[in-house]
Write a protein that binds this ligand. Structure first.
Ligand SMILES: Nc1nc2c(ncn2[C@@H]2O[C@H](COP(=O)(O)OP(=O)(O)OP(=O)(O)O)[C@@H](O)[C@H]2O)c(=O)[nH]1
Ligand SMILES: [Mg+2]
Ligand SMILES: [Zn+2]
Length: 296
């Protein structure tokens, strides 16, 4: 049995790169469906070669971590890409993505792209406030322009030697940034269109692009929906770095930090230790979880 890493999943095939960087087009056994395992890009697998560069995935090795959206496993760094224009900044979705990366135990880097556009639109003040907030929480933030080739070297430094994934809304420039990092790679990039989405180039599959020097980075399709199906309410505040700094001092174990007495999180909110918008998102996510639980 041979070993390798899934670098692409497309149309029922898994593309497995072995230790010599030879890529094998593999099917997965129906076995996985029975076991309830879906192989993910990033998975370390064992496979049986059946022909020239063809085979069957037999076994998925234990994962270090996994994300449901984008669907990837064994990730060292999530690069959450956002823009302030085309599409407009969505802090709600950013915090949601960060909750999911925290839940999975994956480090995050926030990348504000389209700085060329944002300078033109005079968004600097909003951007500075956003950078200040997320850096104070503990997230590194970088600003880039794929169009003007700005700060791409900085971005590359963060990626060096790691397995990373680009995540974020559609149209923020994930593929454009990766095209700068991998010149010559034909990545799907496209205009943000207010007309019919048809015909627009957008990323439709997850693919890990390997660096010659080691490490790899995954391009993924953008998304705007993300749910908390697999998460418990009691786990949510642990996924906010700024809330979990206070929650151990709450009087009650299992405190949800909403209306409980002697709650260190609510106190920190009043004293300015927690940003009101972050807390507001926390409460909104709790509500979303309540509604979802009722529906399933
Ligand atoms: N002005 C400007 N436009 C950019 C920049 N980066 C990307 N774009 C444009 O934004 C549009 C979307 O870029 P993509 O790279 O396809 O975005 P994406 O995040 O990969 O989108 P999905 O694949 O749909 O998730 C394209 O028209 C790009 O040319 C940038 O730094 N500045
Ligand atoms: Mg893309
Ligand atoms: Zn509390």
């Amino acid at each position: 049995m041979a070993k390798g890493r899934i670098i692409k999943a497309l149309s029922g095939y898994y593309y497995v790169s072995d230790e010599n960087n030879v890529v094998w087009q593999c099917r997965a056994r129906g076995l996985f469906k029975k076991k309830g395992i879906t192989p993910l890009v990033g998975d370390q697998v064992e496979f049986d070669p059946t022909g020239e560069k063809e085979g069957y995935v037999q076994n998925v090795l234990p994962r270090k971590n996994e994300l449901i959206r984008p669907p990837v496993a064994n990730i060292d760094l999530a690069v959450v890409v956002v823009s302030f224009d085309e599409p407009p900044f969505n802090p709600y979705l950013l915090d949601k993505i960060l909750v999911h990366t925290e839940y999975a135990g994956i480090q995050s880097l926030i990348c504000i792209n389209k700085m060329d556009l944002e300078r033109k639109k005079g968004k600097q003040e909003d951007i500075d406030a956003m950078i200040q907030l997320y850096q104070s929480i503990g997230y590194p933030v970088i600003t880039t322009s794929a169009k003007e080739n700005e700060e791409i070297e900085q971005l590359k430094k963060h990626l060096a030697g790691k397995i990373s994934v680009f995540a974020g809304p559609s149209g923020v420039g994930k593929s454009s940034l990766l095209s700068r990092i991998f010149p010559g790679r034909d990545l799907e990039t496209g205009q943000v269109s207010t007309k019919l989405k048809r015909g627009r180039h957008t990323t439709r599959h997850v693919e890990l692009l390997p660096f010659k020097e080691g490490g790899a980075v995954a391009d993924t399709p953008g998304f705007s929906q993300l749910d908390f199906r697999h998460m418990e309410k009691e786990e949510l505040s642990d996924c906010f770095i700024d809330l979990r700094a206070y929650s151990p001092q709450c009087k009650f174990r299992g405190c949800l930090h909403v209306s409980e007495p002697d709650c260190a999180v609510q106190e920190a909110l009043e004293n300015g230790g927690i940003h009101p918008e972050r807390y507001e998102h926390y409460v909104q996510f709790l509500q979303e979880m309540n509604e979802k639980k009722r529906r399933y």
